[in-house]
Design a protein around this ligand. Structure first.
Ligand code: NDP
Length: 331
């Protein structure tokens, strides 16, 4: 038997989330190369909060165990690459959406979806980074690929005190960039400066409708927010700059003109962590293991037990949560 958060759809299409004891025989089948994992830690991401609350149609199959990421130890493996005792991480691949996810003590997944846990990290640290930190690293790598390197100018991070934002600020600052963090949280400035932000600006400077072209400021942007914020970020990006878009905390819309692209050669790059190719994931996790240390984890993350995860979903969607929430599934 193992404990899991189970999501079910009510007749009125709302979502019911309960903590249950399940038999291992309930674990979903995997076509080939199935790996059973004893989960040590999972996290509460924005997408998990959407799934648990039912605010957006994240869940595609019912019942569902949410949790788009986890770290754990291989218990049994029908996949050539993995053997019992291997320490692994999983991010995305539809886990927690179409396939049972990490907010449980056990998971059965395809071995193709797993990445080896870097030596330097334990399961808690890996999940303190989680999909948020891994996505922030993908954004940093996307900026680098377009030639936005330290010294090219200021980098704007939006949604800065959230999970992706916190890691974006810290990773960019540690890589040598000058980071400007936009936050809506009262008292967020001290936290963001501790993470490495050189300057902190109010979220409101970006969140209202703005002009198609604005004063050029950013060499690069990591945007976790979408909507008017992303539009204003593009409109104030310098000639030839790059905007990495990964989130929609303000909204999925993008009220933008083509002006920044055709007049300033700005590039808008989409960053997806869910289906990212394996080689890029491995590269991102290796860099994260080299960059993230215990003090950073201590600043960004806090730990809760599995039973508490459901109650944390709504505050997270309301933008009231700072940093990352790691879920100790065995507590
Ligand atoms: P969090 O909830 O931890 O962070 C989101 C942050 O956005 C909040 O903390 C807040 O930061 C800001 N925010 C919240 N509401 C608003 C609003 N209405 N207007 C402007 N800013 C707002 O979520 P995550 O960091 O986990 O995820 C951030 C986004 O990135 C989500 O949309 C998520 O779905 C997406 N994401 C995408 C991935 C991908 O593969 N592309 C992977 C992971 C996440 P502050 O108070 O500092 O302003």
């Amino acid at each position: 038997m193992f404990r899991a958060i189970v999501l079910e759809q009510n007749p009125d299409k709302s979502t019911a989330a309960t903590l249950r004891e399940l038999d291992e025989s309930a674990l979903p089948a995997v076509e080939a190369g199935a790996v059973d994992v004893d989960v040590d830690a999972s996290t509460l991401n924005y997408k998990d909060a959407l799934a648990i609350s039912g605010r957006a149609p994240v869940v595609r199959r019912w019942p569902m165990v949410p949790g788009i990421d986890f770290a754990g130890t291989v218990k049994a493996s029908a996949h050539a690459e993995w053997k019992p005792g291997d320490r692994v991480i999983l991010n995305g691949w539809g886990v927690g959406e179409t396939h049972w996810g990490g907010l449980a003590q056990k998971a059965r997944v395809s071995g193709d979806w797993l990445v080896r846990l870097p030596e330097a990290l334990d399961a808690y640290e890996a999940m303190a980074i989680g999909t948020a930190g891994y996505t922030a690293m993908l954004c940093l790598m996307a900026l680098e690929k377009r030639g936005v390197v330290p010294g090219t100018g200021e980098i704007l991070v939006t949604g800065a005190s959230g999970g992706v934002g916190s890691y974006a600020v810290a990773l960019l600052a540690r890589a040598g960039y000058r980071v400007v963090a936009a936050t809506g949280k009262a008292g967020g400035a001290e936290y963001l400066r501790e993470l490495g932000a050189a300057e902190v600006i109010p979220r409101e400077t970006l969140s209202a409708p703005g002009k198609p072209l604005q004063k050029e400021r950013w060499a690069g942007v990591v945007d976790a927010v979408g909507s008017h914020t992303l539009a204003n970020a593009c409109a104030s990006t310098r000639y030839g700059g790059t905007v990495a878009a990964c989130g929609l905390a303000q909204g999925m819309d993008l009220p933008l003109t083509v002006a920044p692209f055709i007049l300033r050669s700005v590039a808008l790059i989409g960053v997806d962590s869910v289906m990212a190719p394996r080689a890029r994931r491995v590269q991102a996790w290796e860099r994260l293991a080299r960059t993230v240390d215990a003090p950073l984890v201590g600043t960004v993350a806090r730990r809760i037990g599995l039973a508490a995860a459901v109650a944390e979903a709504l505050p997270l969607l309301d933008g009231a949560v700072r940093g990352r929430i790691v879920v100790d599934v065995n507590r």
